[in-house]
Design a protein around this ligand. Structure first.
Ligand code: ACO
Length: 370
């Protein structure tokens, strides 16, 4: 018995922007981007919201529209839980999960967002699986908790809203998109065999995006002060200092934009993905040779190649979907998973690993049997 994936879908914005198009914005080239990252073009949401993409992906995963993979159409009222991973929500309140709940008529679902940067979908899956297992397996006091039998797990991002389009070291990497999976507790299937989550401190502030809370505050320690609003919020100044971005922000870099020290993240990613794959296999007591497909976070094709080498696996054991999409953070894994189902790479009985790394620093993996 276990938590089985019974549906999966994706939704991409309409606008495709090729590497050559970006040469109008920054000093770069198709050759540099392709050889360093494997990215040829990306989709950019102009008009589509984060929740629009999540909704499109969820409709596929639930079998309400064509596309994606769905074992049998899902009655919206049968969904008990929505866990929505994003670090780029359209709004702060309500949660994106609450908006999807309303749009899809998931009247019996509890719904909330999680943010673990690019590892978010792995964390969201882990949360959903834990909630299901604790209510289904009668873990001590299960009757005192919400009963979760079926859940919608989403990874959706509008990363290009926090991209600094003047920074060539980051802006060529990112894209937008949404992915979703429906999972259900099934007495007759193994489903998720193990999950693994790990955090490391980002000691050098290699991946940051300062606060979105930037509205002027007309207060200082003595009370109302119009001057304080002009000077800026001292809390923001302290967090900028903590994240090591004070000078960059003072020099005019947009506060709500992503900063990354590429090589530091590259090194972390290459070892973190390999470790997560090893750990989740160990927890599930599964030999990596018995795993059919690995669906990794799509940040850079070179990182995927490095992880493959580190695990002694050939690249064709990995789903690589980065070429036409770029890095859409926590949407990458569910979108690539949907690709794998649609192309027939995943069949009943296969063992599959989902694996990711991201800001925080976070990393994690899920191993499941189809
Ligand atoms: N076009 C042309 N030249 C560029 C560009 C560009 N877009 N960007 C950087 N360069 C230049 C640099 O300025 C540097 O020039 P210099 O040698 O004259 O100083 C040169 O190219 C090499 O730069 P590096 O940073 O050494 O290039 P690298 O091979 O490390 O590739 C990259 C950079 C692609 C960013 C890589 O480090 C990487 O993929 N890092 C990990 C990114 C990642 O995985 N992020 C995931 C997290 S993001 C998230 O969570 C949302």
């Amino acid at each position: 018995m276990g938590c089985a994936i019974i549906g999966c879908g994706k939704s991409l914005p309409a606008l495709a922007v090729a590497n050559d198009d970006l040469t109008q914005l920054v000093d770069t080239s198709d050759e540099w981007i392709t050889t360093r990252t494997g990215i040829k073009s990306r989709r950019i949401a102009v008009g589509e919201t984060n929740v629009d993409m999540a909704e499109g992906a969820a409709r596929q995963a639930m079998g309400l529209v064509e596309g994606g993979y769905c074992e049998a159409p899902i009655d919206p009222e049968s969904i008990d839980l929505v866990v929505y991973s994003t670090c780029t929500p359209d709004v702060l309140v309500p949660s994106c999960a609450a908006l999807v709940r309303r749009r899809l008529g998931l009247v019996n679902a509890v719904a909330f967002d999680v943010n673990a940067a690019c590892s978010g979908f792995i964390y969201a899956m882990s949360v959903a699986e834990s909630m299901m297992a604790s209510s289904a397996l009668g873990v001590a006091g299960a009757g005192r908790r919400n009963k979760v039998r079926r859940a919608l797990v989403i990874g959706s991002e509008r990363l290009t809203r926090i991209t600094n389009w003047e920074d060539r070291t980051t802006c060529v990497l990112f894209g937008d998109g949404g992915g979703a999976a429906v999972v259900e507790w099934d007495e007759s299937r193994a489903g998720v065999l193990a999950t693994y989550m790990k955090n490391d401190d980002d000691d050098t502030n290699a991946l940051t995006c300062p606060s979105a809370f930037d509205s002027p505050q007309p207060f200082d320690v003595n009370g109302v002060s119009k001057e304080a609003a002009v000077a800026g919020d001292p809390g923001n100044a302290r967090i900028d200092e903590e994240l090591g971005v004070t000078e960059a922000v003072a020099a005019g870099r947009p506060r709500q934009s992503l900063f990354m020290h590429g090589q530091t993240i590259f090194k972390f990613a290459a070892s973190a993905m390999g470790n997560a794959i090893d750990e989740v296999c160990k927890r599930a007591d599964v030999d990596i040779d018995d795993v059919k497909l690995i669906v990794p976070h799509q940040a850079n094709e070179r990182i995927i190649k490095y992880a493959a080498k580190r695990c002694g696996l050939s690249l064709d054991r990995f789903q690589v979907s980065i070429g036409e999409r770029g890095n859409a953070s926590s949407a990458c894994v569910p979108m690539a998973l949907s690709d794998a189902y649609e192309s027939g790479r995943i069949q009943k009985g296969d063992k599959v690993i989902l694996v990711a790394f991201g800001g925080g620093l976070t990393s994690g993996a899920v191993l499941y049997e189809v």
